[in-house]
Design a protein around this ligand. Structure first.
Ligand SMILES: [Zn+2]
Length: 206
């Protein structure tokens, strides 16, 4: 397999799906190692994959790159999304948890804190997947709260990117950001962090 052509230059990592030939199960993982050798021979390192490989080796396995990410945050989010999607589709998923940053209890705690609506439906695969899609901002906040992404550097880069890609020619009625200023999360809260974010849906575009 040579999937390297599918990983753009700007990517920091990718999400993959490993399956046996009879597709009896799937394992979804992430990696930030982008050298060809590693992409070709890395099938996952969680407890489930370690056991599979110890028992039967890797020769019957197929690995597919299902997404690439431009930041560690996006990588965690997309891994969670693809695990949830496989569960929604009724696939027997080898992953033991939601994916995303480790350790898992920290992520769970952060999700309860900032995205309780997502956690409340966590046992229902269809609703959980829909909630991850609908509440992406909250889920990403939880990922940041529970991971070791260096916040200041991360947000500085994110704000720079948003300034280049978002239409900032009108003020935002949702968070109050002015012309030329990126949208902010939690603008109405006195205690929660107000971080740069993509344009809110109600912000007019030119
Ligand atoms: Zn806004």
């Amino acid at each position: 397999m040579n999937d390297l052509a599918r990983v753009p230059e700007s990517a920091v990592g990718y999400v993959f799906r490993t399956e046996p030939s009879d597709k009896a199960w799937a394992y979804i993982g992430q990696s930030t190692r982008l050298d060809v050798a590693h992409i070709n021979c890395y099938f996952g390192s969680g407890a489930f994959m370690t056991e599979v490989i110890a028992k039967s080796g890797t020769s019957g396995l197929t690995k597919t790159i299902v997404a690439t990410a431009e930041s560690p945050l996006e990588l965690h989010y997309l891994e969670m999304l693809h695990i949830a999607e496989a569960r929604r589709d009724g696939v027997r998923v080898g992953n033991g948890d939601f994916g995303g940053p480790r350790p898992f209890p920290n992520l769970q705690r952060a999700l309860w804190e900032v995205a309780p609506g997502v956690m409340r439906v966590a046992s229902d695969p269809k609703r959980f997947y829909d909630a991850l899609v609908k509440h992406r901002d909250q889920v990403e906040q939880a990922i940041l709260d529970s991971s070791s992404v260096p916040f200041d550097a991360f947000y500085a880069g994110m704000e720079r990117d948003l300034r280049a890609t978002e239409d900032l020619s009108h003020p935002c009625p949702s968070c109050g950001s002015d012309i030329g200023v990126v949208c902010r999360t939690n603008s109405k809260s006195l205690t929660k962090p107000q971080n740069p974010t993509r344009n809110h849906a109600k912000r007019p575009r030119s």
